[in-house]
Design a protein around this ligand. Sequence first.
Ligand code: NDP
Ligand code: 8X3
Length: 250
Amino acid sequence: MRKTAFITGATSGIGKSTAILFALNGINLVLCGRRQDRLDALKEELGKEVQVHTLNFDIRNKESVQEAVDSLPKEFSQIDILINNAGNAHGMDTIQDGNIDDWDAMLDINVKGLLYVSKAIIPQMVARESGHIINIGSTAGKEVYPKGNVYCASKHAVDAINQGMRIDLNGTGVRVGAVNPGLVETEFSNVRFKGDDDRAENVYKGFQPLKPEDIADIIHFVVTRPYHVNIADLIVMPTAQASSTIVDKS
Ligand code: NDP
Ligand code: 8X3
């Protein structure tokens, strides 16, 4: 029987590439995001390969999250794989110059949103004694870089939540693991720099960044291991990157 994956942040970047690869490998999809046009386009394209259902909600709103999960038609209501991917950086400032609305956005989306979705889906996995949760963290969840303060805090929180989930779900049959990418060229920096596309492009100039497809490939590898194998925590960087601040652009 085909598995069903629930992917947050499926309208762009890592989430979208994961949706495409899962579809090619026969995994049915529940695709989430706020941009309906992109959800519709993905449903149209990937619906040729697998069954696709789309959910439009803002992950910051816990009622919307629960309503969206509750609204799933029967054929999509059993979630085998949860990819907690939706998230972004908002701004890049010193702590003394930081924008409080940016801080709220990062903590509400990257941390609380991930928790809301997990809370809505974990009980059915526990009841079935099976399921696989992949939390998309970041190298920013393993180290802190200048002007990364609150984004790094949000991803350190994801790291802690990933560990906490694995501890608490131990013995339930539900697998939990994190994939922590370094620099991946997506819309991430366009969002971080609020539409300043030149500044965003500059982040990935002078070296070969990861592509979202690279991370999708790893996520697919993680979810296709035999049941007794749980990849708990994975860091992946471009070859040119050694840490958040050391990137070979020579
Ligand atoms: P993108 O900006 O390309 O994608 C972000 C996705 O998150 C979009 O699909 C967006 O959908 C969704 N999203 C953002 N805010 C909300 C919200 N409030 N409610 C619902 N969905 C939301 O970035 P990436 O693909 O790069 O990022 C995906 C994940 O990977 C994030 O968690 C990010 O922190 C992490 N990451 C990225 C790295 C990188 O270098 N790119 C490196 C390490 C980790 P929509 O706007 O339609 O709602
Ligand atoms: C995204 C990686 O280094 O741009 O999580 O913050 S970085």
